[in-house]
Design a protein around this ligand. Structure first.
Ligand code: HEM
Length: 204
């Protein structure tokens, strides 16, 4: 049997599922608001009930996103010439002949993806809080209007980015999805994709 190594802790797995489930609830209810989907209102009980579900799913999403900072942010901020080369070579996705440079625990694409999701998620959560709580500040109408714009743009970008992520983390890269379930990957799989990380943790 292949030797396995740990890529995600139990905490990271649970947190990632919280992020995924809360995102789906947010996306479904968000589309409900956007397109006035009456059928969805009835699934949730009423329009107001759907808003309550959306707001609290937003809280779960924001908290789990903040918690990802511990496992993903330090490595995502570490950019080297290998990462630049990886990006220039398109991560080897466009040709089997291209040899990509060795990568950290996250590859350059995953690092950029993480930073983008973090920024978009913070923008969506912060603007959502302003719309929800309407803090007692001067010019609140202007802030709420601006928040609606930010909330809509960040929501649209997340709705495009997440399905792509799910595809890349499952069908496009066999062996990756198991990280979300078991937290482990075969050592040989990891050596091929995250050579620098394997050297760093001395798992050879
Ligand atoms: C069913 C849904 C999802 C699946 C199957 C999934 C799968 C995965 C897997 C397997 C990884 C680890 C990759 C690695 O360590 O090499 C990962 C990382 C990550 N996931 Fe997800 N994920 C899902 C939903 C989400 C959602 C909803 C978000 C954000 C809103 C998200 C954001 C991230 C980020 C930022 C990373 C780190 C960067 C990356 O690996 O691309 N994921 N995901």
């Amino acid at each position: 049997m292949d030797k396995m190594i740990k890529k995600a802790t139990a905490f990271e797995i649970v947190n990632h599922w919280a992020l995924a489930v809360s995102f789906f609830v947010l996306a479904i209810t968000g589309f409900g608001f956007l397109f006035h989907l009456e059928q969805l209102n009835s699934i949730f009980g009423s329009f107001n009930q759907m808003r309550v579900v959306h707001n609290w799913a937003g809280v779960v999403f924001a908290v789990s996103l903040v918690l990802t900072v511990f496992d993903y942010l330090p490595v995502s901020l570490r950019f080297s010439s290998d990462d630049v080369t990886w990006i220039l070579k398109g991560g080897g996705y466009f040709s089997k002949k291209v040899k990509s440079p060795p990568q950290d625990r996250l590859n350059a694409g995953q690092k950029l993806y993480y930073l983008a999701i973090l920024l978009l998620g913070i923008a969506a959560a912060a603007s959502g809080l302003v719309i929800w709580l309407r803090p007692d500040v001067s010019d609140i109408k202007k802030w709420v209007l601006l928040s609606h714009l930010i909330h809509n743009i960040s929501f649209d970008l997340l709705v495009i980015a997440i399905p792509l992520h799910i595809y890349l983390a499952s069908l496009a890269n066999p062996g990756t999805f198991r990280i979300m379930v078991y937290g482990t990957v075969p050592l040989d799989w990891a050596k091929k994709r995250h050579e620098k990380w394997i050297k760093e943790i001395g798992a050879e």
